[in-house]
Write a protein that binds this ligand. Sequence first.
Ligand code: FE2
Length: 525
Amino acid sequence: MLTPTARRADFLMALAYATDLATGHSRDFALRSCVLAMRMADAAGLDEGMRRAIYHQALLRYIGCNADSHLLAAAWGDEIALRRELQGLDFGDKAEFAAVFVRAITRLFPGLPPQELAEAVGRGLAEAAQINVPILSGHCEVAQRIAERLGLPPELRETLGQIYERWDGRGLPRGLAGEAVKFPVRLVTLAQDAIALTEAHGFATMTALIAKRAGGAYEPELVARFLAGAERFMEGLDGPVDRETILALEPRPYAMLDEAACEEAYLAIADFIDMRMPFTFGHSRAIAALAASAAKRMGLPAGDIRDVRWAAYAHDIGELTVPVATWMRAGALTERETDAARLHPYHGERALTALGGEGKAVAALVQRHHERLDGTGYYRNSRAPDLSPAARILAAAEAFQTAREARPHRSAASDATVAGTLRGAVKEGKLCPDAVEAVLACAGQPARRAMPERLAGLTPREIEVLRLIAAGDTTKEAARKLEIATKTADNHIQSLYSKIGVTTRAGAALYALERGLIRQESAYA
Ligand SMILES: [Fe+2]
């Protein structure tokens, strides 16, 4: 298998997609702001170093905002709704700012008598700074750490630490003013507000509001430059932005990630997802370790083991679309909340589709992590033929790990109890017996039956060869992908054919199909 490499920009787009939804922004908000900010950078003739800083700032501005979401939700209720209302707001306008929090408190306590509501509002506003400032500072720090782990330039540390600072010094947390606020921060803040304000009020009101805030939230010279070409700068930014557009905007040389760097990027995504709520800390890492060991135990090829591990790291990225307030409530979800929750594998796949190459198989596994063999899973209600061994292992590992973690509406189950539950799901035809036994064995549970030695009696290498042949590769193409000589590949193919009792490519393909050895998920990737 060829060593995979990925454009780092693809990972940034995945994070941007999830962050947009988690912060109540519209689809492709960060991507559109990136296009706008880069247009302005180009018009100003900025050098590559500055363009790179602007590019990263636009895509990643809010990646830290996932941290401490539970604190925000505990204080203000639905944090996504709150963040939606804060978009494009002039944070220096105290009355406007307070009105948003009054509405949040009103939403949080529906049906409270007016007097008690007024008291709750008074208390909330008095405590607002104590609650919000440490949270915002935490956002900056987390954004900086994630950026570092993605191998981004050190300058980004500084600019991600200033995302709430303003030209007039009335920002947070340090109250920096003028040029102490770095240029990429000043430019991207203006660009993102221009997009949010256009969405909320239309182009004309947006330009009026931006002009009004010159010298306040924004640098006057930057406002003048923006307004001089606003129509041109904003052209076409009212719809989605595709991956190629963002890839083309990246200043050269393009940043590439090798396999080790991809591993670290996926791990950063895992922590980014899990640190949203205290009860999910370490959740994705634990599933990844379990699923990868189970995949190895079942004899899956190395590429599948890696894909299932990466998919486990990222599996719940789509959950960011559901407010933390929903997950933190002890009661049952409403029908609407259930619908939103059941769509998280869709958003997960959508977030990861930006990742080309190996990322497609990862995205396809993420999409299937709640599917069940009998079609009772979600969100596609896929059935057994659409669920590869890797998909089955991920589903079993996810079910095991989630049940042994406590949630606000239930306590953690013991490993032995979860083992019983999973074996029950096998009996009902929902989970794969081999995958469940492999996961349970790797989790230290006593085995109920002997594990099959190998998947379909083949070695991981033989499965790889079989898949390539089944997919229509010539011997030469298969040799290149396996990084071996054509002659050696031919020997492998001939010995495989005699082992499985076939004589043609079509026979081999049918054998692979009959035993579920094709990575079905790649069909939709
Ligand atoms: Fe999930």
